[in-house]
Design a protein around this ligand. Structure first.
Ligand code: KIV
Length: 287
């Protein structure tokens, strides 16, 4: 466990206001959480992308609150210091303000998250107002919002046309007015992201996922960074190490070594004292 101090909203806004970029990654499990704490990552998102990266669904839609809480608890145990954000899964906040507050509260109470994230624009303003009034910091999510991928025409860049970009800009303004502390802009053009970051001023932290450098911080999906999601690699993801290949090569070597007897070797097993063995043989009535 790292010896850095627990991040707070104050630390994050100080970084923003000092022009120090904020780092953010997704995380879904205990060992990765330990690594991310050691690496000093500022914000960690337990994303509902875990439905695809960890549970093998084709989309994020089947993910439940129970799934999210279980993974968020594991991440919090591994990383007590980062600013931890729980991602509200599909249909846990869309139906009503009351549902939104109740489920946001579950993240805070059961997984010790610092904040929650939800997708959507001005239509979500009343949910955000309600959750913030309950004392829970909220991150908004605009641009490509995976829970609405079907309505958005698939996993594609959002806001390339002026009219659509204006809608994203207006939605960002509505989220800021509703009280979000941060907005994630996923796959919007870099210049739209820059305009929104300028508009947000000191009031709101803007994080970019594939939306260019002119934001307060950057987010990557952990599995994309390390080649751990074999089905798909988004164009904007940078691969920092091919852990997927390392693991696959290791698995093949293990299978080969078991087959040809190279594994196990004496350091891979445990023995017993000759005297104890002789006694055992006697007890068993063997010679
Ligand atoms: O669930 C998730 O990981 C997300 C990212 C796509 C930002 O919402």
């Amino acid at each position: 466990m790292s010896d850095r101090k627990k991040l707070t909203l104050g630390t994050l806004f100080k970084k923003k206001n000092d022009g120090v970029p904020i780092t953010m990654l997704t995380c879904y499990d205990y060992p990765t959480a330990c690594f991310q704490d050691d690496a000093g990552i500022d914000m960690v998102l337990v994303g509902d992308s875990l439905g695809m990266t960890m549970l093998g669904y084709d989309s994020t839609l089947p993910v439940t609150m129970a799934d999210m809480i279980r993974h968020a608890q594991a991440v919090r145990r591994g990383n007590p210091k980062s600013w931890l954000i729980g991602d509200m899964p599909y249909m846990t906040y869309q139906p009503s303000v009351e549902d939104a507050i109740r489920n946001a509260g579950r993240f805070m109470a059961e997984a010790a998250t610092d904040a929650i994230k939800l997708e959507g624009g001005r239509e979500m303003a009343d949910r955000i107002v309600g959750i913030v009034a309950a004392g829970i910091p909220v991150m908004g999510h605009l641009g490509l919002t995976p829970q609405s991928a079907s309505a958005l025409g698939g996993f594609r860049v959002q806001g390339k046309g002026a009219m659509q970009a204006k809608k994203i800009y207006d939605d960002a303004q509505a989220l800021i007015d509703a009280g979000v502390f941060a907005i994630l802009l996923e796959m919007v053009p870099d210049r739209v992201c820059k305009l929104i970051t300028e508009m947000a001023g000191q009031d709101c932290i803007i994080i970019s996922l594939g939306s260019g450098p002119d934001a307060d911080g950057q987010l990557l999906i952990y599995h994309d960074m390390f080649g751990l999601y074999p089905k798909f690699k988004p164009r904007m993801a940078k691969v920092y190490g091919d852990a997927g290949k390392v693991i696959l090569d290791g698995l093949k070597s293990y299978a080969d070594e078991v087959m040809d007897g190279a594994f196990p070797q004496p350091e891979n097993w445990f023995g017993m004292a000759d005297s104890e063995y002789d006694e055992l043989v006697k007890l068993l009535g063997k010679k």
